[in-house]
Design a protein around this ligand. Structure first.
Ligand code: M6R
Length: 593
């Protein structure tokens, strides 16, 4: 949530470089943006409301009407939390005397008290944000020297933050974090600081991770400090294996369709894991007194899918909780529990909090993540990288199926049938490769054109495909903005069937398994009340008004069933003139609670 990017080095176009890098982080927040850069003893700031992706960087000089040559700059792309979407609320924020500027990702929970205190001392606030208090607080302690002033200000904050500070009288770039990500990229005589790696991937793949309660001071080198002990820390440089192209749209019109298409390869990559490690993790699940799968949004639906997979494939019961709900279960967590956190970004605040709660109880934690070096990756006892590559569209697609693939494999490992699981998933990957072709997309487009103006639609599934119906609804909601809901087919008759009327589209996910007959009966019940049935199934059926064929892949059916719905959601978004990559009100990585 919110993208942060900063540069310090020998290049003299720091401001423009930062704007271009921020464009690559726009998926983290896109309601407004701003950049600050330092020239001699002055910090200049430019802010705008709207998407940074639409800004022509060559107009910066003209718009600012000041020299923009600078070797140190920082910028921010905002997802509003405190205060509306206005230029004044966009970051960076100046201190009162404009000698300090800051950008911030996170929430300062005690900002109201601090604001009152600072107002009492004569500070005037130019924005409604929680962030501005930090700039004024640093100014308040300026007599201590910049570094000590920042430390002192940070010590007064409650909440989560990733903060970057520029000081007019200091050539150092200073950053600190608690709970929100910051990664340092090390180039040749230059450094980058960003909330996500794609911002600087074109310059360097050498990274260092800032951990909670740590500060980095960038001058000619990067010095790291522990804010609690005040001691210097040595950081390991990690080489990232993402290539810059993997974070670009290339020939595709949107990241979402690029990432959907990449599912031709991502399942194969995901299941290519160290088997000894998988078997060790399977043993941990077996020996745990209570396994809890935890995730948010789509990742939460993946967790629910996995609970069915574990039951079906390994005859093993596991518990499922959304990250935000997990703290309510903490009384059941002990040092013999295992928590499996599922997260694309590895930075979702609610899931991170669940991990913190679990760790306090002494539970072991396995994270299934897509971003190596993310907070979850680093604080967990074990982690599995799903290797889907950068996922930039807000709507998760390739990460979702890669997560399901890994969890399917784990279920087979738990039942000591790892090889069988691998064969199933390799076959599934090859069937997806055949399925994803222009003809298939055209067939789904015809459906999208037919239903693009509906007000509501429903998705039903049963067994392991019930959570897929829930996930389908999220996909449709977030990019098409059509009211969509997912139900267990058998639940319709207990209430939701009252919503069905003539012409309402209802997607029935019909797997070729023991649930088939019942879900077909549920579809018939909807059809009898005028519903328009869209069947997602390996086989056609008379009840379907529109049939989208998916390959027959046995226990891996959740993976293939969600793909046509991802395509449908994408096409509906485009037909309805929505931006599928940056849906309204959302952000890719939800790092606030
Ligand atoms: O990065 P995470 O997987 O932890 O993110 C969790 C959710 O915020 C995420 O899945 C969200 O629901 C997606 N936008 C859904 O497409």
């Amino acid at each position: 949530m919110c993208g942060i990017f900063a540069y310090k080095g020998e290049k003299t176009n720091a401001a423009e470089l930062v704007i271009n890098g921020l464009k690559k982080l726009e998926y983290r927040g896109y309601d407004s943006w701003g950049v600050a850069f330092k020239t001699d003893h002055k910090i200049s700031i430019h802010k705008e409301v709207g998407k940074i992706g639409e800004f022509d960087v060559s107009t910066l000089r003209e718009k600012m009407n000041v020299p923009i040559e600078s070797q140190m700059a920082m910028g921010h792309s905002r997802w509003a939390t405190h205060g509306g979407v206005t230029k004044a609320n966009a970051h960076p924020h100046y201190s009162q005397d404009e000698s300090i500027a800051i950008v911030h990702n996170g929430i300062i929970e005690n900002f109201a008290e601090l604001k009152k205190e600072l107002q009492g001392k004569g500070y005037e606030f130019r924005s409604e944000t929680d962030t501005e208090v930090v700039a004024h607080l640093i100014q308040e302690y300026k007599s201590l020297g910049h570094v000590e002033a920042i430390k002192k200000a940070l010590s007064r904050l409650q909440g989560r933050y990733a903060i970057l500070v520029l000081c007019a009288e200091d050539n150092r770039l200073i950053a600190a974090r608690r709970g929100s990500p910051l990664i340092i990229g090390k180039g040749e005589k230059e450094f980058f600081i960003a909330s996500d790696i794609p911002a600087f991937l074109e310059y360097t793949r050498k990274v260092m991770y800032l951990d909670d309660d740590q500060m980095v001071i960038i001058n000619d080198d990067a010095q790291f400090f522990d804010l609690k002990t005040n001691k210097k820390i040595e950081k390991r440089i990690v080489e990232i294996d993402w290539n810059p192209e993997s974070a670009e749209k290339g020939e595709f019109s949107h990241f979402m369709i690029k990432e959907i298409t990449e599912q031709k390869e991502t399942i194969t990559r995901a299941i290519n894991q160290d088997e000894t490690k998988l078997m060790k993790i399977a043993d941990e699940i077996k020996n745990a007194y209570g396994t809890y799968l935890v995730g948010c949004g789509t990742a939460g639906k993946v967790c629910l899918t996995a609970s069915y997979l574990f039951a079906k494939i390994a005859k093993r019961h596991v518990n499922v909780a959304f990250g935000s709900e997990f703290p309510s279960l903490q009384d059941f967590i002990t040092d013999r529990s295992l928590v499996i956190a599922v997260s694309q970004s590895g930075e979702t605040a609610d899931t991170l909090e669940a991990i913190e709660v679990a760790k306090k109880k002494g539970a072991k934690v396995l994270s299934i993540i897509n971003v190596e070096g993310s907070s979850m990756d680093r604080i967990s006892d074990y982690s599995i990288n799903i290797k889907a590559g950068p996922e930039k569209a807000v709507a998760s697609t390739k990460a979702t199926t890669a997560q399901i693939a890994i969890l399917t494999l784990l279920a087979y490992a738990l039942d000591k049938r790892l090889e069988e699981g691998k064969i199933l998933l390799v076959n599934t990957a090859s069937q997806i490769n055949d399925m994803l072709n222009p003809r298939y997309e055209e067939h789904i487009l015809q459906l999208a054109q037919k239903i693009q103006d509906v007000e509501s639609m429903y998705v039903i599934g049963k067994g392991v495909n019930y959570p897929i119906a829930l996930e389908a609804a999220i996909k449709l909601q977030e990019v098409s903005y059509i009211h969509a809901e997912g139900f267990a087919g058998g639940e319709l008759k207990h209430g939701p069937i009252a919503l069905i009327h003539e012409g309402v589209p209802c997607i029935a996910i019909v797997a070729n398994d023991e649930t088939k007959h019942e879900i077909i009966s549920n579809a018939m019940e909807v059809k009898a009340r005028g519903g328009y049935i869209i069947g997602i199934s390996p086989e056609s059926n008379d009840v379907f008004d529109y049939w989208i064929k998916v390959p027959e892949v046995g226990a891996a059916s959740p993976i293939v069933n969600i793909i046509p719905i991802q395509i449908l959601a994408y096409q509906l978004a485009v037909l309805r003139k929505n931006n599928p990559d940056m849906p309204r009100n959302l952000a890719k990585s939800v790092t606030v609670k």
